[in-house]
Design a protein around this ligand. Sequence first.
Ligand code: KG4
Ligand code: ZN
Length: 346
Amino acid sequence: MSERFILAIESSCDETGAAVLRGRRVLSNVIATQKVHEKYGGVVPELASRAHQSHIVPVVHQALAEAGLTPRQLDAIAFTRGPGLMGSLHVGTSFAKSMAMALGVPLIAVHHMQAHALALFIEDGQPREVPSYPFLCLTVSGGHTQLVHVRAPSDLTIAGQTIDDAAGEAFDKAAKLLGFDYPGGPLIDRWAQDGDARRFHFPHPRVPGFDFSFSGLKTSLLYLLRDDEALRRVLTDFDRSDPPQLVRDLCASYQQTVVDYLLDKTFACAAQLDLRDLALAGGVSANSALRRDFSERCTRQGLRAFIPPFAYCTDNAAMIGLVAHYKLAAGEVAALTDVPEPRGLW
Ligand code: KG4
Ligand code: ZN
């Protein structure tokens, strides 16, 4: 049987996405990013739901147009069921249900974090090596930090995860303390480029096993900013578009602490599970120190490193369509009575 056409919808947080896939091959992948949250320094759930409402129709239209399909040609509709913001998830879920019902095609519910871990398998015409099963995926984003043991497309287990803040939040909150605009992760990365990562010391949070904690790190930064006289003086007034060396050193030191902490746990987990292929996913995988050290440490240990193209690392609907492809093939269809799961049902 020829590969089926799937329309996938992603609306878990502040990105409205729609993608069309034929099998694993992505035909279109449209994303509307919500700018409205920037001035609030974080995602405002109510505003996110409203923005999804206004974006979803044009985004779906564009995804279909770019794929050169009419709705009647679709074989299934997929949506993100969770985890995510309740109101945001509702917009995508209700839209997907209506469309599946109107077209009389199957509805497929996808777990957002499983989609991140499998995004490497999206085909887009670019030759790319993919990991062999089983592999370990470190998913790091603004909302999540997770080590996922992927044995097969339908067999994924969480080997470790954050017990409080996500890695992206650790970056964003630090950036906020320094007075940078939201989301500040990319700015920490930028100013860390020519900073001295050994200038400041931050303790690694102590959490047993392969779980993570980031809230203490932000607190150590807060105390440092309060207690270090030289820093305090510099921070009262500096040019955010060209920070002094001290701030660059602080960015580099903080970033390196987060990266070392993430990777120490990841490599210890891979060793324990005896996994040789390692993947990185989520928006924080844009971080240059994380990418560099992840690849270097893999090479040094004779392991293989995989990082999806950036468009599939951040929130996108193509990864939702990819998981839906596996589910459709396995006959795993959702019911019209299924509701969003903001905490995510693994
Ligand atoms: O996966 P993602 O795009 O979306 C959500 O989680 O919603 O991840 C966004 C997160 C933000 O916390 C952002 O600050 C962080 O990824 N981020 C970075 C970098 N680029 C994005 N953090 C550190 N360094 C970067 N270069
Ligand atoms: Zn995500």
